[in-house]
Design a protein around this ligand. Structure first.
Ligand SMILES: Nc1ncnc2c1ncn2[C@@H]1O[C@H](COP(=O)(O)OP(=O)(O)O)[C@@H](O)[C@H]1O
Ligand SMILES: [Mg+2]
Length: 373
């Protein structure tokens, strides 16, 4: 597994200057509303992706009256240690450093510090658009299949060119044929990677959900974005006229989706909020498990407000799963008593009190006395 040994956050929201030495396994951040818990998770997310999970814009993330925010981290991999640095400001491009060298791609960060986030946005896997589910699926495919990114770029480019031709109308068939050929090849390739990944994910998800919640009849299926029986090449040919009318390509890998149904209805309409949380957590846990099977290290989990929506049993089982996964986890909650007595004695659990943008670790003595005899 890989994990963060050290994190230093400067000027991310209300965190002016915070240095943390986390546990390689369980880290609990507790504190009142507005103390800075989510901001800390956001800072770690910036370190692993260069982006916030709360805001597409940079300005709201930077502490008021400051010009930029910075996050440093030391990541212990299987055989090596990486130092990562990300600096974001409103006026200049994002600056990424890996082991002291300038890096250009945020995907380089993701390779060193792969993250899984569970927060209120995770419900989008059920109630959001197909794009949300495709992003989830593609995160997994990207990490296990190195040829995926190249195929995705080819499909993206050919789709853009094809759509531009469709919008201009009156274009020769031979010209569109060039992009149809490119798009159908890369689209079929993407589908084969997504399908293989999905087939591996499905049983792990089902088993995880059953363990977490006792629910065994959620049906999960993958649709590739065009008719099951035909090749993409044929579909593109057949739909050319209608694509012209619409001004864009209607079928292809950009329409892929995952469907989740419960007792014959969309899961989002038929499960309680707590059950929905169990389903989305099971998806994220399954993805983390698959990831760690394919790599010499695991991913780091950021879990915002773990206790919300979950009853005591669910909280307990979810915590046990994180413990068993052997992953580094950062969990936030308001009231620490909700997450205090759920860990086994052998687990390395650190608790941090978050108050007005400061993080203070509970002393070990304090933690020990919290465990009932
Ligand atoms: N750019 C910013 N500069 C300074 N403070 C901010 C900024 N953005 C948000 N805040 C404040 O940071 C505090 C911490 O927010 P947050 O991390 O969401 O709290 P919580 O502990 O409830 O998760 C809030 O009080 C919020 O008003
Ligand atoms: Mg919060």
């Amino acid at each position: 597994m890989s994990f963060l040994q050290k994190v230093r956050v400067t000027d991310v929201r209300n965190l002016a200057s915070v240095t943390l030495t986390p546990s390689p396994s369980i880290n609990i951040l507790y504190g009142a509303n507005g103390s800075g818990k989510t901001s800390f998770l956001e800072a770690v997310h910036i370190l692993g992706t260069s982006r916030s999970f709360r805001s597409a814009k940079v300005k709201p993330v930077i502490r008021q009256e400051q010009d930029s925010c910075t996050v440093f981290g030391r990541v212990k991999g299987k055989d090596s240690i990486f130092s990562l640095g990300v600096n974001r400001s409103q006026d200049t491009a994002c600056k990424i450093h890996i082991n002291g060298e300038v890096a250009r791609l945020s995907s380089d960060l993701a390779t060193i510090l792969p993250l899984q986030v569970i927060n209120p946005d995770t419900f989008r896997l059920l109630e959001g658009s197909p794009k949300d589910r495709r992003q989830f699926l593609d995160w997994g495919v990207f990490h296990v299949e190195h040829r995926f990114l190249q195929a995705w770029k080819r499909a993206h480019k050919s789709m853009k060119q094809r759509n531009a031709l469709l919008r201009h109308g009156k274009i020769s068939d031979s010209l569109i044929d060039v992009w149809d050929s490119e798009l159908s090849q890369s689209g079929e390739e993407i589908d084969s990677y997504r399908r293989a990944y999905f087939e591996a994910l499905k049983p792990v998800f089902e088993e995880t959900l059953e363990k977490l919640s006792g629910i065994s009849d959620v049906q999960i299926s993958y649709t590739r974005g065009w008719d099951k029986e035909s090749s993409l090449r044929d579909v593109l040919k057949r739909s050319l006229r209608r694509d012209y009318e619409a001004g864009y390509t209607q079928w292809g890998p950009h329409r892929a989706d995952i469907r989740l149904r419960y007792k014959g209805l969309p899961a989002v309409d038929n499960l309680s909020r707590g059950q929905q949380k169990a389903v989305v957590c099971a998806l994220k846990l399954a993805q983390g498990k698959l990831f760690s099977e394919s790599k010499p290290f695991g991913c780091v989990y950021l879990v915002d407000d773990l206790p919300s929506e979950l009853d005591r049993d669910h909280r307990f089982r979810l915590c046990k799963m994180f413990e068993d996964m052997n992953a580094q986890v950062f969990i936030t909650c308001v009231d620490k008593s909700t997450l205090e007595n759920v860990w086994s004695m052998e687990s390395d659990v650190k608790m941090f009190h978050v108050e007005h943008g400061l993080l203070v670790e509970d002393s070990r003595a304090e933690q020990a006395s919290a465990v009932p005899p």
